[in-house]
Design a protein around this ligand. Structure first.
Ligand SMILES: Nc1nc2c(c(=O)[nH]1)N[C@H]1C(S)=C(S)[C@@H](COP(=O)(O)O)O[C@H]1N2
Ligand SMILES: [Mo]
Length: 197
């Protein structure tokens, strides 16, 4: 560990029980999707919406992009500081859809039916975004190309790779890891790792 990180630990930048990593570990369930042809890729906004919206890859990536910098925290204890991303603010995508007033939660739908759930207000935070590049490089297939969610204030499993859609819901419902014992919310500061903790 660099000296600075020790100070940051002490200074309260790093949640309890986390350990610095220098690389960028790859973690997921199932196989990596490889896209040769993005003409069949789309992004769906559905559930509690006035009208369903489907964006093509061109429409999605034509939305305004900007830089985001954050720290990420995996439930398996590694963390990575000062990630610089290029992405689309959640608000830019939300301008395209009118939610029904009952919508309180969102299910992120990824390739192969993988899902993760979170409260809508958490997803709508200024710090949440759709990531396209990490540290200057287009996302690799392993890290979620072409689009991944990034919700840095929750454990990194909520940051769905290979994201394909958002489902707006009235009630919370467990996604893939949440059905398999992970916490429904996943706040790293409260160490909400597993439900049997
Ligand atoms: N689609 C999908 N996204 C996923 C996962 C997954 O299994 N499938 N795993 C999550 C978990 S548990 C972690 S820690 C991060 C890891 O992201 P990385 O491989 O880019 O480090 O992706 C999250 N997003
Ligand atoms: Mo994870």
């Amino acid at each position: 560990m660099r000296e600075m990180d020790t100070r940051e630990h002490a200074g309260g930048r790093v949640p309890p029980g986390q350990t610095l990593t220098e690389g960028f570990p790859v973690l997921h369930y199932g196989s990596v999707p490889y896209y040769n042809d993005l003409s069949t890729w789309n992004f769906r906004l559905f559930g509690l919406v006035e009208e369903e919206v489907t964006l093509t890859y061109e429409e999605f990536t034509a939305l305004p992009q900007r830089e985001f910098t954050n720290d990420i925290h995996c439930v398996t204890t590694w963390f990575r500081l000062d990630n610089v991303w290029e992405g689309i603010a959640v608000g830019e995508v939300m301008k395209r859809v009118k939610l029904k007033p009952e919508a309180r939660f969102v299910m992120l739908h990824a390739e192969h039916g993988w899902t993760t759930n979170l409260p809508l207000d958490d997803f709508l935070r200024e710090t949440s975004f759709f990531g396209l590049k990490h540290n200057g490089q287009t996302l690799s297939p392993e890290h979620g190309y072409p689009v991944r969610a990034v919700v840095p204030h929750l454990y990194f499993w909520k940051s769905a790779k290979w994201l394909r859609g958002l489902e707006f819901m009235e009630k919370d419902k467990p996604g893939f890891w949440e059905r398999n014992g992970y916490h429904m919310y996943g706040d790293p500061w409260a160490e909400q790792r597993y439900d049997f903790d």
